[in-house]
Design a protein around this ligand. Structure first.
Ligand code: 13P
Ligand code: SF4
Length: 335
């Protein structure tokens, strides 16, 4: 530990740390907060030293989400923010495809991820050759890829989308048929809202959201009155049809802010409800959720080491980056 650096650690009595401790108390036991605070202080100092900005996905654990992130959001908001960052380093607290999107959009910055093994079952379900084969099979049909895929897959694509804008992106295309990759459930959920014919990729499923089923919803409805059930659109169609609302992770927060109900069931990754609990302290978040093992690879110690040792760089080969950028830019200029 660099003692000179520790001398200038922010005072634990500052309002930032007092507010943070309050927020963390709604989800973390006291001894874990005590362990987290020194690391959080060290990360703040390293950020300053290295001129780094931390982007954090909504699924980060509360210590990472509330403690060290400069900007939080869903994948669309984080992509937009990444494009305009002017710090020397962007440290991306999320999974690899999200950090790659930052590197696609802002090639002049050093993009880091604290664990390059933080993948995604959707991104792993498809590669660039699979997309080329589909294009041979269905010539002249536009390809839309959900951002949960590699840069190499994005590079084969006409336009990207996120869970916040998938329907809008598909509706914007002049063709009556669209290839939509890689999430088969998101494809089916959009198929239920559009007249266009969607050709999907059967192998693509989110390992977290595929675990939810209608029994989870029925059990909660039987047990709780004054209940809202909110599901991420990566859930199977029967779940989405039975939920009260479906939207991206940031749309879930906005919906909760606008629609009062005492009890909330979030059918998404556990970090989401953990982070919202501190924001909406008068609500009851029902604790049934599934964890994304990839998102959980990102933790305070790894983040500290990432800044300390400037690791691990996320780089996209230039010829792939330029092609992938066209697909991402097309989405960002549309919505
Ligand atoms: P959002 O774009 O809704 O944040 O979703 C990203 C994701 O990976 C959901 O599992
Ligand atoms: Fe991928 Fe699902 Fe994890 Fe999101 S929750 S990163 S879609 S595996």
């Amino acid at each position: 530990m660099n003692l000179d650096r520790m001398k200038t650690v922010p005072n634990p009595e500052t309002s930032f740390f007092r507010n943070l401790t309050e927020k963390l108390r709604s989800t973390m036991p006291e001894h874990e907060i005590d362990e987290a605070l020194p690391l959080i202080k060290e990360i703040h100092l390293l950020k300053k030293e290295k001129n780094a900005l931390i982007l954090g996905h909504n699924y980060m654990t509360p210590d990472v989400y509330h403690g060290v992130s400069d900007f939080t959001g869903d994948s669309l908001a984080l992509a937009r923010k990444a494009a305009s960052v002017d710090s020397d380093i962007i440290l991306f607290n999320g999974v690899h495809f999200m950090a790659e999107t930052a590197a696609i959009l802002n090639p002049d910055r050093l993009v880091l991820i604290s664990d390059p093994k933080a993948g995604c079952s959707l991104a792993e379900s498809i590669n660039a050759e699979d997309v080329r084969e589909l294009k041979r099979q269905f010539p002249d049909i536009p390809v839309v890829t959900y951002v949960n895929c590699s840069a190499a897959v994005k590079a084969e694509t006409d336009i990207c989308c996120t869970s916040a804008n998938a329907l809008q992106v598909i509706e914007s295309l002049p063709s009556s048929k669209v290839i939509f990759l890689p999430d088969v459930y998101l494809a089916q959920n959009i198929q239920n809202q559009t007249d266009k014919e969607i050709i999907s990729w059967e192998k693509g499923k989110c390992m977290v959201h595929e675990q939810y089923n209608v029994d989870d919803l029925n059990a909660a409805r039987n047990q709780f009155d004054d209940l809202l059930i909110i599901a991420h659109p990566e859930c199977p169609p029967q779940v989405i049809e039975s939920a009260d609302f479906s939207g991206s992770t940031s749309e879930m927060s906005s919906y909760i802010a606008k629609n009062h109900a005492k009890n909330l069931l979030l059918l998404t990754e556990c970090g989401m409800a953990d982070n919202l609990r501190s924001e909406f302290q008068d609500r009851h978040f029902i604790s049934t959720c599934h964890t994304c093992p990839h998102m959980k690879r990102i933790h305070l110690k790894g983040i500290r080491d990432s800044l300390l040792y400037t690791q691990y760089e996320v780089k996209v080969p230039e010829e792939i980056r330029i092609k992938a950028r066209k697909a991402v830019d097309r989405m960002l200029t549309l919505v």
